[in-house]
Design a protein around this ligand. Structure first.
Ligand SMILES: Nc1ncnc2c1ncn2[C@@H]1O[C@H](COP(=O)(O)OP(=O)(O)OP(=O)(O)O)[C@@H](O)[C@H]1O
Ligand SMILES: [Mg+2]
Length: 315
């Protein structure tokens, strides 16, 4: 148990997260995040960016991987609508002997030790809680705990990032807070090459057949701007592999299809209807058939493959 003393108040520090993480492909968001955390002059200050993107697209992974590349410990503060200002800093805990000990949050531990704090799902937190962090994320770089009656100046290596889902804001973050959480770093959907690398890195036991099915499915979905993410793909592949292992005689394509339905729902097999709907509303999106979800266009196993269509046209 690590402790730290400020103005005669002893704080019990939080533990950094210990996750094996590597960021694969998508070099631009990584480059932007690392640039935000640079300090290029004695007068310079690091920036605290918002990492934005669909759920499961890799926001938290990016922040952890960037922190590791900087050689800093990572502390994750999970933000919820119930997070109170003091939860962000210090929690008094009553011991059996009736003594109060003060436990520093992951955020405060990063502030003290000079680590990276990831405020995960920041847009779920209320204005009141955000307001308590205003001084930490501007040029003051300091924070005050009312509960312990102390003020703490941030270590010079302290860095932070806030992850936010585009579509699930619980609270509107006020402008004066947003102006301290700049810039916004958008994580786009990965391209086919990167997505394949991410999936095979995450699931090295998957076969190339299932990896291809999954990438084809995800790439089609990304093309339609549907919120199906890398995480959904990882879950579908993991579930497919488990079912296949339990019953090797089962057909892999049907297992993957079942996994998609159980994870994303029936509508995930109906991307072509969605594409048609969008096309009717004026957007040009190529229509798709079920075979497109599992096989690339030029794959002979695709019942709707280009070669067959060409042959049919010739007849
Ligand atoms: N570029 C990448 N390199 C390595 N892994 C990735 C990459 N992109 C996504 N992943 C993988 O995708 C999964 C989801 O990532 P992560 O949990 O970071 O998403 P998130 O955007 O933070 O999701 P949420 O909004 O639900 O918090 C993880 O298993 C992660 O390893
Ligand atoms: Mg996350």
């Amino acid at each position: 148990m690590k402790t730290y003393k400020v103005d005669n108040v002893e704080l019990v520090l939080a533990h950094p997260v210990n996750i094996e993480t590597e960021w694969i492909g998508q070099t631009e968001p990584m480059r932007q995040l690392k640039a935000c955390w640079l300090s290029i002059d004695i007068k310079d200050l690091p920036l605290t960016p918002r990492i934005i993107g669909y759920p499961g697209i890799g926001k938290t992974t990016l922040a952890i991987a960037a922190a590791k590349e900087r050689g800093l410990d990572v502390y994750i503060m999970q933000c919820t609508s119930d997070t109170r200002p003091e939860d962000l800093l210090i929690t008094p805990v009553l011991s059996e002997q009736g003594k109060i000990s003060y436990h520093a949050s992951p955020l405060l531990t990063a502030v003290i030790c000079g680590g990276v704090a990831i405020l995960d799902e920041g847009n779920r937190m209320s204005e009141k809680s955000w307001a308590s962090l205003a001084g930490l994320f501007d040029n003051r770089r300091m924070i005050e705990s009312v509960v312990a009656g102390i003020t703490i100046c941030a270590h010079k290596e302290f860095r932070a990032a806030v992850t936010m889902n585009e579509d699930s804001s619980t609270f509107e973050i006020p402008d004066y807070i947003m102006s301290r959480l700049q810039p916004g770093i958008q994580i786009p959907f990965p391209d086919r090459h990167d997505e394949l690398q991410i999936l095979s890195y995450s699931l090295p036991f998957s076969t190339s057949e299932t990896l291809d099915m999954c990438v084809n499915f995800l790439q089609k979905a990304h093309g339609l701007d549907l919120p199906y993410s890398v995480r959904d793909g990882i879950n579908a592949l993991r579930y497919t592999a488990k079912m296949k292992s339990a019953d090797p005689s089962e057909d892999t394509a049907s297992l993957f299809q079942k996994a998609i339905v159980q994870i994303l729902g029936e509508e995930a097999l109906d991307l072509d209807t969605l594409a048609t709907k969008r096309a009717l509303s004026g957007e040009h999106i190529p229509s798709m058939n079920l075979g497109d979800f599992f096989f690339s266009d030029d794959n002979d196993l695709n019942p709707d493959s280009d070669s067959e269509t060409d042959e049919e046209n010739e007849r």
